[in-house]
Design a protein around this ligand. Structure first.
Ligand SMILES: CC(C)(COP(=O)(O)OP(=O)(O)OC[C@H]1O[C@@H](n2cnc3c(N)ncnc32)[C@H](O)[C@@H]1OP(=O)(O)O)[C@@H](O)C(=O)NCCC(=O)NCCS
Length: 339
């Protein structure tokens, strides 16, 4: 019993490249209101959303993930063969088996990567980023492609005015790799399964199998419960993520909260006493809530429009189904984003 396990030495981790995919079709609030008793003004004032993108027929979590993933690898200046792990954060790959990651990896030409899907709703991307960072720091992987993607539109009951206007489709991806300095701080995460029914699929696959009937499965949401939980919880999570990285709030160059509702984010910002000089992501206005894609897409918009500097310090915090959350401080990539 003298042998010991000698791990390969890990390194610091950082985001090396960022890519985004937004479907072409823009869906306005006016179009949404053709099927529900609501108005553009109600949707804008209650959520901040003006429009969203819906995927075309034939597009999916896999096709959108491929587009964003390809751009992230290009942005990182790597060849696909150098990526040795892929994590797909998604809750809308509409097939239980095989996992979407393996299909995306094959289309991108990754060579025999570690490959798995991760389901944590709108907090999925920050969970995936944490896992990728720790894989690199432990020496288990060299370059990890983390794709946050959701194809929400097929699961939206467009006659349900309490939820249909909130969501959109899209994909954002990052390559996480080795770095000489720390580029991704410790994750602060958690969940409250006692409120799991606040965002759910109805009916479940299990119910359909047991009754041998097909009913279109819809996403249902208790909006007020989610709102209250997020407004109460997420500010504290954001503060803990800053403390875990020993980063002062005044040192931030960007705050990138999940794009669920602009009013929730305003409450978080107020609770955090975020200095007015720190820009806050506002991708929700034209993209709505793209679930696991929302944070990488919001980062992409801030970098593309020059709201946040390349290499700047950003605080990310995702939250949603579960109910679950995850947040961390990161250095935004130095390399130009691929939009
Ligand atoms: C969905 C959400 C925008 C609704 O806003 P809200 O201010 O909480 O609205 P309420 O649910 O309290 O409803 C207020 C009233 O508007 C009505 N209403 C609901 N949806 C409506 C719509 N689309 N148009 C017009 N009226 C609407 C309600 O019936 C209610 O009417 P009543 O007062 O006569 O009963 C908000 O709860 C929310 O964003 N929640 C978080 C959702 C979320 O983030 N989900 C994803 C998590 S990742």
């Amino acid at each position: 019993m003298t042998a010991t396990i000698t791990p390969t030495t890990g390194s610091h981790s950082a985001i090396l490249g960022l890519g985004a995919y937004r479907p072409e079709r823009v869906v306005t609030n006016e179009e949404i209101c053709e099927k529900i008793d609501s108005t553009d003004e109600w949707i804008r004032t209650r959520s901040g959303i003006r429009s969203r993108r819906f995927a075309a027929v034939g597009e999916s979590a896999v096709t959108m993930g491929i587009e964003a993933g390809r751009k992230a690898i290009e942005a990182a200046g790597l060849e696909a063969g150098q990526v040795d792990c892929i994590i797909m954060a998604t809750s809308s790959h509409y097939s239980q088996t095989p996992q979407s990651s393996t299909l995306v990896a094959d289309a991108l030409g990754l060579t025999s990567p570690g490959s798995f899907d991760l389901s944590a709703g709108c907090a999925g991307f920050c969970h995936g980023l944490a896992v990728a960072s720790d894989l690199i720091r432990a020496g288990s992987a060299k370059h990890v492609l983390v794709v946050g993607v959701d194809h929400m539109s097929p699961s939206l009951d467009m006659t349900d005015r309490t939820s249909c206007f909130i969501f959109g489709d899209g994909a954002g991806a990052v390559v996480v790799g080795p770095s000489e300095t720390p580029g991704i701080g410790p994750v602060v995460w958690g969940s409250d399964g006692s409120q799991a029914q606040a965002i759910r699929q109805v009916p479940t696959w299990q119910a359909m199998v047991e009754t041998d009937t097909f009913e279109h499965p819809w996403m249902r949401m208790e909006g007020q419960a989610v709102f209250r939980w997020a407004a109460f919880t997420i500010g504290k999570v954001a503060k803990e993520a800053l403390d875990a990285s020993a980063v002062g709030i005044e040192d931030l160059d960007a705050f990138v909260p999940h794009q669920a509702n602009q009013r929730i984010n305003e409450l978080i910002v107020r609770g955090l006493k975020l200095p007015e000089s720190v820009p806050v992501a506002d991708d929700i206005v034209e993209t709505a809530n793209t679930s696991a894609a929302s944070i990488p897409l919001a980062m992409e918009k801030m970098l593309r429009e020059g709201q946040a500097p390349a290499g700047g310090m950003a605080l990310l915090v995702g939250f949603g189904a579960g109910l679950s959350y995850a947040g961390q401080v990161v250095r935004l990539p130095e390399a130009p984003v691929k939009s």
